[in-house]
Design a protein around this ligand. Structure first.
Ligand code: 5GP
Ligand code: ZN
Length: 114
């Protein structure tokens, strides 16, 4: 479990700030501080991985766990429809460089996204 000293999400995963709503050996989840939907959860690897572009072939179990956790939390929250988003890179809207899935629900979503 590598951590990066100045990484916000590493601090949250380590329990130094905020509240985790889920954690297991590979991933953790917490509520977004600036929710973009009535339900907005972030699901992150415990290990510091900067973005999806840095997720390699040796992370397949982790990649599966991230998605399975999104599915499980959506079911727990009884979200009827929901959207899972990964912004990878600043031009795609990534602002925190610790990989995270956004699990958004509780309102309709449009396509294409902005
Ligand atoms: P990104 O723009 O990188 O895809 O998403 C980063 C997300 O992290 C944003 O939705 C933002 O609201 C959220 N965020 C930023 N700082 C904090 C924080 O200190 N705590 C929590 N819970 N979420 C944060
Ligand atoms: Zn980190």
């Amino acid at each position: 479990m590598s951590g990066v000293a100045d990484c916000l999400f590493c601090k949250i995963v380590a329990g130094k700030m905020g509240t985790l709503t889920h954690q297991d050996d590979l991933v953790a989840a917490f509520e977004d501080i600036n929710p973009q939907a009535p339900s907005h959860t972030l699901i992150v690897p415990r290990e510091h991985i900067a973005s999806l572009a840095d997720l390699g072939g040796d992370h397949e179990a982790l990649a599966g766990r991230l998605l399975a956790t999104a599915s499980r939390l959506a079911a727990q929250k009884k979200l009827k429809g929901y959207r899972v988003v990964i912004n990878s890179g600043a031009s795609a809207g990534q602002s925190v460089f610790h990989l995270h899935l956004h699990l958004l629900g509780g309102r309709p979503f449009h396509w294409p996204p902005g």
